[in-house]
Design a protein around this ligand. Structure first.
Ligand SMILES: [Cu+2]
Length: 441
């Protein structure tokens, strides 16, 4: 099976061959051509406008971020292999995408990545326009994005844009790889926003009242809105201390247009911040909840909310405690700057090495989190799985129709990816030996 490797391990001959194939691909017309991929990504980013996607970005800001880009770069790799057969006859078209592990940064000089990513014999260097390497002005024509001042030459502006002054640190990757939960509703891309959901309520007002059966102590209390799409992320917790045989009265969060009610989570304070247990059924907005006891059948509060799920950390809408946002994927786009900041970001071949690394991290997380593959335990509208068009069995635009109808389910196991009827599975040189992806979602 094909192995995708760290670009640091490529031989000079392999580096040359990769560049030759990319440049050959630029000359190809149709849906195996380089520019087809620039357009496809731009269309996803700027709004597909098709009914199947509900005018929602099918590739970003939700769980399909991972499978959409997995297919996108696997398909690109297949096109690249065809170009490789032309550009390097006899090489058998076995080229695979290398990945750029951007945490291998030289803190003193972040432009100097290991493996010579930005060297003249590989992707070339910094500049607007880029004037060195195979993709320099005059050698590489980018596709313009409507409404932007982007020129026809490739542009980079390393470390110059706020939010991208440094590359992601290894500690951010380690934090994300430890995250429990791939993604949870409302799949919002950033605090206060969401694909379909609403933001979390503020921490509730909780007061102690008499007439309960609580044990004396300090309790941690949070609330969560219930919407038609399911439960939204829980609020921050409020702490309240009670005497024996008190009760807790929890004030209702404010009304929201799409909210049908709320639930309350409670635990003894001092436990893990996300371990509170659901202690009430749905209560109508505007009605307070009184808890007389902490007992009985209990549902754990979603252990991760959308702003700290693996996907949100990887995509970079959030970061670990004390770490800068945007995080990993977004941060690297911003760090490179220039052409990499638009929907047309595949104009820069660095896009594919960057996304190869993103896909590697998803694979690594999947391999070490069996059984947490994709959100399905979500109460959803109409019984569909996941928020359209990011559901497990939703076709991901533009791959909506047979024979190229692609769903997140098709992309769960990177070793079994199929592209246009051909096996296109691969492994990474960092895949832990002996582990397989548990595709049962
Ligand atoms: Cu993208």
């Amino acid at each position: 099976m094909a192995v995708r490797r760290n670009l640091n391990t490529l031989t000079q001959a392999e580096r040359d061959r990769f560049i030759r194939a990319v440049k050959q691909m630029k000359r190809v017309a149709g849906d195996d051509g380089y520019d087809h991929y620039v357009r496809t990504h731009d269309t996803a980013q700027t709004g597909v406008g098709d009914a199947a996607s509900l005018n929602v970005n099918p590739a970003h800001g939700g769980p399909a971020f991972c499978p959409w880009h997995r297919y996108f770069i696997a398909r690109f790799e297949q096109s690249l292999q065809a170009a490789d057969r032309t550009a390097s006859p006899g090489a058998a078209g076995t080229l695979t995408l290398p990945y750029w592990d951007w945490t291998n940064d030289d803190a003193g000089s972040p432009n100097r990545q290991r493996g010579g990513l930005w060297a003249d014999d590989f992707l070339g260097g910094n500049g607007d326009p880029v004037t060195t390497g195979p993709f320099r002005a005059g050698e590489w024509v980018t596709l313009p994005q409507t409404g932007t001042p982007q020129g026809r030459d490739l542009a980079r502006d390393f470390a110059a844009t706020p939010g991208g002054d440094t590359l992601p640190r290894a500690v951010a990757v380690a934090y994300a790889l430890r995250a429990e939960g791939f993604d949870v509703p409302p799949y919002g891309r950033e605090p206060g926003g969401g694909l379909l959901g609403v933001s979390s309520p503020a921490a509730p007002t909780v007061v102690r009242t008499a007439g309960g059966r609580l044990a004396a102590g300090t309790y941690s209390v949070s609330v969560s809105y219930i919407t038609a799409e399911g439960e939204t992320r829980p609020s921050p917790s409020a702490a309240v201390t009670v005497a024996a045989n008190d009760a807790l009265r929890v004030s209702s969060p404010p009304a929201r247009a799409t909210v049908t009610g709320y639930v309350v989570y409670v635990s003894f304070a001092g436990g893990a911040p996300d371990s509170e247990t659901r202690q009430s059924g749905t209560t109508a907005i505007g009605t307070d909840t009184t808890l007389t006891a902490v007992s009985g059948p209990a549902l754990p509060r979603p252990n991760m909310n959308s702003t700290a799920s693996f996907r949100a950390l990887l995509e970079g809408w959030t970061a670990g405690p004390g770490m800068p946002t945007p995080g990993m994927h977004n941060r690297t786009h911003v760090w490179v700057g220039g052409s990499m900041q638009y929907g047309t970001s595949p104009n820069d071949p660095a896009f594919f090495l960057h996304h190869c690394n993103i896909d590697r991290l998803w694979a690594l997380w999947q391999l070490t989190h069996p059984g947490q593959n994709y959100p399905i335990a979500v109460p959803l509208l109409g019984g569909a799985i996941g928020p359209r068009p990011h559901g497990l069995d939703d076709a991901m635009s533009p791959w909506l129709a047979a024979p190229e109808r692609i769903t997140p389910r098709d992309m769960l196991d990177h070793t079994r990816v199929t592209v246009r009827g051909r096996a296109a599975g691969y492994t990474y040189d960092t895949d832990p030996l002996g582990l397989a992806v548990n595709v049962a979602p």
